[in-house]
Design a binder for this molecule. Sequence first.
Ligand SMILES: NC(=O)c1ccc[n+]([C@@H]2O[C@H](COP(=O)([O-])OP(=O)(O)OC[C@H]3O[C@@H](n4cnc5c(N)ncnc54)[C@H](OP(=O)(O)O)[C@@H]3O)[C@@H](O)[C@H]2O)c1
Length: 297
Amino acid sequence: MTDAHLGGRYTFPGTSLSVRRIGYGAMQLAGPGVWGPPKDPDGAVALRREAVASGVDHIDTSDFYGPHITNQIIRRALHPYPAGLVIVSKLGCRRPPDRSWQLAITPAELTSGVHDNLRNLGLETLDIVNYRAMGSGHGPQEGSIAEQVGVLADLKRQGLIRHIGLSNVTAAQIAEAQAITAIVCVQNLYNVVHRHDDALVEALARQGIAYVPFFPLGGFTPLQSSTLSSVATRLGATPMQIALAWLLQRSRSILLIPGTASLAHVRENLAVGRLNLPQDIVGELDRIAASAGAGAH
Ligand SMILES: NC(=O)c1ccc[n+]([C@@H]2O[C@H](COP(=O)([O-])OP(=O)(O)OC[C@H]3O[C@@H](n4cnc5c(N)ncnc54)[C@H](OP(=O)(O)O)[C@@H]3O)[C@@H](O)[C@H]2O)c1
């Protein structure tokens, strides 16, 4: 597929890293609950190879998915990595044997997290690492992230990380981090139903910083909306394709990382770049969040 078919290209600000706007989120490649190996490891490898062969050059991952498993599948499928493939990882969490998600934000934990990623991905340098602030649930919470961003900036100076991003953060936390180091992307929860970050999407676009929504399809509770279904029927697409197409058209700075363990869904998601939503349909989709109520908007 060409650049145009995958949403066009986007260059992370101040970097030589350029990716197609439709990428792939790797979290779903671990087993249930993002723990352990998937049911079909060979299928997971094949899926990853087909996505990249189809033009995907942006993969979002973390060593705490599995843990380690997702990165090991990426390595098995794609190493030695093709030129131009950008792998983005994240730090800030660990998975103890009870399968819970715990903070891992001390300098020692962040540093060992980088080394875990390097080892399991088979890399000497990570292209982009997001510091994932824990916040509350899947939403950000105000509070200083300076110490953690400072550690990542040190790891960047040591050559272990090329560029730094943030996840699950507020505008104030982004500004705080930018006083320490350059921030090339922000990964927060955002989709056609959950639009708390509308203003942030605009603000980051003005700075050329990539906005990479996590849960673009609703995550563990996939989006359901009669409007999505009705628009999909009229345009001959699926509701999930419409949700992704809405994000692509929402801002040129938005990059997609939908997650799936299904090859059929990978193909559907890559085909979204060919969808063009007319303005009246965009208006209809914009009303979903408003009608979903204050909790969603
Ligand atoms: N920074 C963070 O805190 C954070 C948090 C969560 C996720 N992430 C990143 O964001 C990526 C995306 O998030 P996500 O995977 O959790 O959620 P998502 O992309 O919103 O949704 C994934 C769900 O949608 C389904 N799906 C995918 N494509 C579909 C299609 N075409 N039709 C129907 N169903 C489809 C998947 O099921 P099937 O497997 O059946 O297709 C899966 O259940 C992750 O992979 C991860 O890299 C980051």
